[in-house]
Structures are given as C-alpha cells and as structure tokens.
Design a protein around this ligand. Structure first.
Ligand SMILES: O=C(CO)[C@@H](O)[C@H](O)[C@H](O)[C@H](O)COP(=O)(O)O
Ligand SMILES: [Zn+2]
Length: 203
C-alpha cells in the first residue's frame, strides 16, 4: 500500500510538472487574470461553476475572491453557481440537471462579466449549456479542463487544458492554478506592494 501512495504522489507531481512545462498555460493564466481584474474594476463580476470536486473548487475560489488570499484588501466580486440549494433543486427538478448553471447565468449574468467553467472532461452538459448561455449574453468565457478540452473548447475564449486524462490529477492542477489566478487578480487590482498599502487602483 505504501507503494501505491508513492506512485499516486509521483503521478500528482508529474501532472503539475507537465503544467509547469507548458508555458502556454502560464501565459493564458496571466491573460485571464488581467481580463478578470479589468472586468471587476469596471463593476463586473466573476461567475464560477463546476460539478462534484469542481463544485467545491468553484466555492473555494470564490471564497478567496470575496474574502482574501494573499492580503487584506477590499472584497472582489465573485459568485459560485453551486451553492444555492433552492435554485439548484428547482432548476434541476423543473427543467433538468443540464439547466443548473445556465439558468443562473440567464438570471444574473451581464455583458462584461467573466464566467469560469471548471470541468475535467470538458463535456458535462450543464457546463456546456452554461457556456452557450454566457456567450449569448456577451460574457467572457474561461474553461479549466483536462483530457483534450472536450466539448467546451469551442465555447471558451480561453481554455486551460491540463495535460492529463486522470480526473483527480486534473483537479489537483486546477486547484493550484486557481490559487495563482486569484493571486494574479489581487496583484492586477491592488498593485504589487500588497502588504504595505492595499487599495483599489481604479478608486
Ligand atoms: O471529485 C471528483 C473526482 O475526483 C468527482 O466528484 C467529479 O468531480 C465528478 O465525477 C464530476 O461530475 C466530474 O465532472 P467533470 O469534471 O467531467 O465536469
Ligand atoms: Zn475528488
């Protein structure tokens, strides 16, 4: 069993190493952080959705934006579409599970917002439908995916595809990138001298 643990850990590290080696991923992460910071500074918001472990990621990431990650600063506008059990059960029960996120985007999404869709397969129907809805409204679309990017690729302005087909390893890399994404947005929004004088640059 100890061998299994070590093999799994080595596989986790190898996936992160592959992400590190792919400079396009780092470049894209900077681009989406800039896009998101600019959207937030102009009064728009980040919407985040995912299923299962990725639903937990959506909530985790949004908590960092609303509360803090690396510094005490003003709250940043972000909403997880995975948390309101009344909306989730009503949308699922009345219209079907595929409508879980698209209905919420229709309700609260506005042109100029940013939608982050997290899906390891890239194929979850409720995620694909939500991306369609976001595109219809004029919301910028970002994907965090794996495998080959799946059906969500053509619907994403940016899609970060983790070079792995193993769900848990993809998720681990997603979480690492989500933290860096939030850190970059903090830097773009509040400046580099974070610890000394946190303030919103646009105010
Ligand atoms: O956390 C895990 C596996 O590590 C699971 O809960 C996983 O997130 C679920 O099977 C999801 O439904 C997978 O959906 P997706 O990532 O393909 O969109
Ligand atoms: Zn999991």
């Amino acid at each position: 069993m100890k061998d299994l643990v070590q093999k799994q850990l080595a596989q986790s590290i190898a996936t992160l190493q592959a992400v590190l080696a792919d400079e396009t991923i780092s470049h894209t992460l900077v681009s989406i952080a800039k896009l998101t910071a600019e959207a937030m500074q102009s009064g728009h918001k980040l919407l985040v959705a995912g299923n299962g472990g990725s639903a937990a990621d959506a909530q985790h990431l949004v908590a960092e934006f609303v509360v803090r990650l690396t510094v005490n600063r003003a709250a940043l506008r972000a909403i997880a579409l995975t948390t309101d059990t009344s909306i989730l059960t009503a949308a699922g029960n009345d219209y079907g599970f595929d409508h879980l996120f698209s209905r919420q985007i229709e309700a609260i999404g506005q042109r100029g917002d940013v939608f982050l869709a997290i899906s390891t397969s890239g194929n979850s129907k409720n995620i694909v439908k939500a991306l369609h809805q976001a595109k219809m409204i004029g919301i910028a679309t970002i994907g965090f995916s794996g495998n080959d990017g799946g059906l969500m690729t053509p619907l994403c302005d940016y899609n970060i595809v983790i070079p792995s087909a193993v769900t848990q390893n993809i998720q681990e890399s997603h979480l690492a990138l989500e933290h860096i994404f939030c850190m970059l947005v903090e830097r773009f929004t509040f400046g580099h001298d974070l610890d000394k004088k946190p303030q919103i640059l646009s105010e």
